[in-house]
Ligand binder design. Sequence first.
Ligand SMILES: NC(=O)c1ccc[n+]([C@@H]2O[C@H](COP(=O)([O-])OP(=O)(O)OC[C@H]3O[C@@H](n4cnc5c(N)ncnc54)[C@H](O)[C@@H]3O)[C@@H](O)[C@H]2O)c1
Length: 439
Amino acid sequence: MAKKPSVKKATGKLGILLPGMGAVATTVIAGVHAVNAGKSQPIGSLTQMGRLRIGKRTGGTKKPLIKEVVPIQDLKKVVFGGWDLFDDNVYEAASHAQVLDQNLLDSLKRPLSKIKPMKAVFNKNYVKRLDGKHVKRGKTKMALAKQIMKDIENFKKDNKCNRVVMVWCGSTEIYIEESAVHQTVASLEKGMKENHKDIAPSMLYAYAAIKMGIPYANGAPNLSCDVPALVELAKETGSPIAGKDFKTGQTLMKTILAPGLKARALGIEGWFSTNILGNRDGAVLDDPDNFKTKEVSKMGVLDQILEPKLYPELYKDLYHKVRINYYPPRGDAKEGWDNIDIRGWLNYPMQIKVDFLCRDSILAAPIVLDLALFLDLAKRADMSGIQEWLSFYLKSPQAGKGLQPEHDIFKQLAKLENTLRHMVGEDLINHLGLDYYEN
Ligand SMILES: NC(=O)c1ccc[n+]([C@@H]2O[C@H](COP(=O)([O-])OP(=O)(O)OC[C@H]3O[C@@H](n4cnc5c(N)ncnc54)[C@H](O)[C@@H]3O)[C@@H](O)[C@H]2O)c1
């Protein structure tokens, strides 16, 4: 049995703070209220429904619920807050997003109406298709970050929370390359005081949380906490961080299918992915600068999984194309098509077609919840900096300096499960299955 690390208990209330209270955020908030009221099930959430194999298979396999093995925060003791540039409360914003059935939302109107967004730190230069009035004013980016910190303190006090975590659910910002200003905490802070243009609002929320020792995850593809300065700060303040971009829909499918095809040494010469979606996220991504951020996030996946340099005969000429088309009639009910041209024995061609009629926010909501609860767990286990074991949830996972992120969903899951086992001192499982290993 491995040495048992100490994980503090999940006592008292946990505040989950969400910058950006649009479709995804309101779907997770309304969903948690619905689950707590016994109206529905938290499907898609490992922290609520997942099981973890513990110990050896000899003598009967034990697979308790994850939440029975590791001390996850009780869902009944979670409160939500957040920020948005529109002042709609969560009931209004969820009704506007049209993800969840209106009857369900009406039945939760009282608690949801009470959750009102705080004023956002927003700048139209970074999200060109949005304009809202519910925004903070401040002379410098540092002054704005301090206002966010004040909001967090007030929220914690008003809601009597023992701990808080933050998950960015705001719009995708324009593409910004990592540059000198992002390299150290000192350069970032200087840049914030001088209103450097490469510091977008999402980075100010990340800075505020991390500076206060609060766990932070980024659900969008913009840089946010994925810069050396914030990794350094996270280590200094003991904050676990994770990013970027929730792995839902098409990329989820890609990271399920590609490892399977590669496992069988099947060649792939083309993978064409196209989507139609009509929610506010789709409208934002209709702008080329904002789409560029998403495109970069989506493109890395196949290269890392297939390793064309190691398998040139199978993947060297792979043509990979990703398109997102804004199509308002579909709202949040996205449709993602994939055409995959594969090659088999003696180079014979075959095709796979995937038509995923998915629901974006329905897939994203359990990810937000799990990231929040697992990051809170990591904090209580004294883990800080990049949490690679949470790559499972992310399209463009953040990895340590000089390391390639892992995209294969099965390897990501093995890492997540073994990290949980390690946290509570259980033996890690390697699936060798040999008699003398008994596992
Ligand atoms: N739904 C998915 O499957 C999915 C998957 C991966 C990533 N994402 C990302 O998650 C994010 C949220 O998606 P969504 O569908 O809820 O979008 P949405 O447009 O419905 O909601 C985003 C909200 O963020 C607000 N916002 C923008 N900038 C802000 C700021 N600086 N401060 C506070 N609020 C701000 C907007 O007003 C909006 O209400 C997007 O960046 C999206 O790309 C979503």
